[in-house]
Design a protein around this ligand. Structure first.
Ligand code: ACO
Length: 378
């Protein structure tokens, strides 16, 4: 009987629903958010405008953008109890802290049990504004410093850097961060969005869905790759070591982090923007070596392009964060902060036309085994 069943392991190539939030053509390296090219959004939009586009299904006019920006700024706070929890779990990985703190936010959110689209939107906006507070507070607490109050004069990206470092970023640094948030804001039914949708499909709430998303994003096969790419660059140390290091990994049958993607079989269209920033920032900071090391790794990987293994969004991101002085432990949290709008949109789409997400497994274990009482077992 089992031979007649076609198993789609890893749900590869399986469409589970329709979406209007993002379009991905993995063989052409094309990504659109609500029809708009990721390249236009990365170069011309702001994070606030892109989030508005994702959440409200259209680009805002100036007043709508101003109001939305003000709403995000007004939501930049977390309850003192959640700050206490962050202090209690400060020694955990930043993604574990983010997951725990977002889960705790549910206890204080006035809309927690309201799964209407309006309430879900309000919660998504709140969590988008709150996540950077959590990440920066934890980073400072871990370093023995006090968390900072947000700076109401700064946008989301600049305020994140301000709250992390305690000084206002340069406009160029703030713009790099903003571009990174835009590039990470949404990406269809990737593993973490799928996890969020599975939670939502049981008619669970947005906080639960986003906790599922954060937990799923954490793995090195998904969002954790940026941290591992930077570790690889640090281990390589010098450009001259890069080729041998890369070949050694490949000969052992290992994987080069930041390469390969389930959907993109050509270069991830997000990667090129971060590549440029990594190179420019490296030159500005007098540290071109990280770009050179990664370029050498990419060169060794070139033959793999014919097998569809190309740089993904995480390949250049890590060294770009490193050059900005961001500790590598929070690289994935940056991804998660940027992705909260995308998870929110995916959950809203799931609620709008819900069906329980519940696939099947082919059972291959023993059948009808006799139950032996414990005193008679060997
Ligand atoms: N380095 C070397 N070989 C690779 C790599 C890589 N980074 N990625 C895939 N391959 C090879 C595999 O070894 C496998 O080879 P085989 O057919 O000879 O066994 C083949 O390509 C297919 O790999 P799968 O794991 O089956 O492909 P899948 O689509 O399931 O994997 C994944 C995608 C998990 C991203 C994979 O490419 C990988 O592990 N990459 C490294 C981690 C990474 O960068 N993750 C971030 C992804 S982007 C994101 O989530 C934001």
């Amino acid at each position: 009987m089992t031979t007649e069943i076609e198993i789609k392991r890893g749900l590869q190539g399986v469409y589970i629903d329709k979406t209007q939030s993002s379009f991905i053509d993995g063989s052409a390296g094309k990504l659109l958010y609500r029809g708009y090219s990721i390249h236009d959004l990365a170069e011309k939009s702001t994070f606030e405008e892109t989030v508005y586009l994702l959440l409200y299904e259209k680009l805002p006019n100036q007043k709508e953008l101003n109001d939305f920006d003000a709403l995000l700024r007004a939501n930049r706070s977390i309850p003192p109890e959640v700050m206490q929890i962050i202090k209690l779990v400060k020694n955990a990985h930043p993604m574990d802290v983010l997951r725990t703190a977002v889960s705790a936010l549910a206890a204080y959110d006035p809309d927690v049990a309201d799964n209407s689209l309006e309430a879900t939107l309000r919660k998504g906006i709140r969590m988008t504004a709150q996540a950077p507070i959590i990440v920066t507070a934890h980073a400072r607490i871990k370093d023995g410093k006090e968390p900072l109050d947000p700076n109401p004069n700064l946008n989301q990206a600049a305020n994140f850097l301000y709250m992390l470092f305690g000084k206002e970023p340069t406009p160029a640094e703030a713009r790099i961060m903003e571009k990174d948030f835009i590039l990470h804001a949404e990406h269809g039914i990737n593993a973490s969005a799928f996890a969020a949708r599975v939670a939502a499909s049981t008619i669970s709430d947005l906080h639960s869905a986003i906790v599922s998303g954060i937990g799923t994003l954490k793995g090195p096969a998904h969002g954790g790759a940026a941290e591992e790419v930077m570790q690889m660059a640090l281990d390589i140390g010098e450009e001259d070591n890069a080729e041998q290091y890369t070949r050694d990994i490949l000969e052992r049958g290992g994987r080069i982090m930041g390469f390969g993607h389930r959907v993109y079989k050509v270069e991830d269209p997000r990667a090129q923007h971060l590549q440029v920033e990594c190179q420019t920032l490296g030159e500005q900071k007098g540290q071109p070596k990280w770009f050179r090391i990664l370029s050498k790794v990419a060169e060794v990987m070139e033959p793999y392009a014919s097998r569809g293994i190309c740089p993904n969004v995480d390949f250049w991101a890590g060294s770009m964060y490193h050059l900005m002085g961001i500790p590598k432990e929070i690289f994935i949290s940056i991804f998660a902060m940027g992705r909260i709008p995308g998870w929110t949109v995916q959950v809203m789409e799931q609620y709008s036309d819900n069906i329980l997400l519940r696939p099947l497994l082919v059972y291959e274990g023993p059948m009808d085994v006799e139950y032996v009482p414990i005193d008679q077992r060997k």
